[in-house]
Design a protein. Structure first.
Length: 202
């Protein structure tokens, strides 16, 4: 697709996803996330994002040295028949988010926030049974809509080695993986989406 087509797709996805979650959320407060990042408290970072996304299901963090999809820095197990968001069955669902220790050791604050928020956005979009649930670019955009637009925008200009990409994967009971070694949105697309989402908050 051309640059113009890609940006048009981003705009269309944002316009479609925002109403599904009650509109574009205000920017997340980074204070607690930065505190936990500074002290290498990754479990606490995940808990903060989980709370921001209003996820009341069980969630375990696995910091791993091996296993999982090849080249993936982070991935999450999602049942093929994910219960609907807000139901009793959803609250009873227990998931595991895996993050490679090598990624955590080198990732910038912004890149790690994007990795966590992206993977938990999979939980949101799957539990909404949204038609875009298998579209990784839409999952990134949903994380931005849910309050991480500014953080994703910073990744676009971050100069750390992991600043503009991470490898993520979604795994289901069918053992099908969606993996990217270079992220899902270009820096220009993230910046474009950020500006659109900030405007839509007004």
């Amino acid at each position: 697709m051309t640059r113009e087509t890609n940006l048009a797709q981003v705009a269309a996805y944002v316009a479609e996803l925002a109403p599904a979650v009650g509109g574009c959320k205000k920017a997340v407060n980074e204070t607690a996330l930065r505190h936990h990042f500074k002290h290498s408290e990754i479990t606490e970072m995940v808990s903060e994002v989980k709370q921001m996304f209003c996820l009341n299901n069980g969630l375990r963090l696995g910091l791993v040295n091996k296993g999982g999809p090849e080249n993936a820095s982070a991935w999450i197990d999602i049942p093929t028949n994910m219960p609907m968001f807000g139901t009793v069955d959803f609250a009873k669902t227990k998931l595991t988010l895996y993050v490679r220790k090598t990624f955590v050791a080198k990732a910038s604050f912004y890149s790690l926030c994007c990795a966590i928020s992206h993977e938990l956005s999979h939980v949101v979009i799957e539990s909404l049974r949204h038609r875009l649930k298998k579209e990784e670019r839409a999952v990134d955009l949903l994380a931005m809509i849910l309050g991480f637009a500014e953080i994703y925008g910073q990744v676009a200009v971050d100069d750390s080695p992991f600043g503009n990409h991470y490898s993520g994967a979604l795994s289901g009971l069918s053992n099908s993986f969606a993996v990217s070694q270079h992220g899902y949105l270009t820096p220009e697309e993230r910046t474009f989406a950020r500006d659109m989402i900030i405007y839509m908050r007004k």
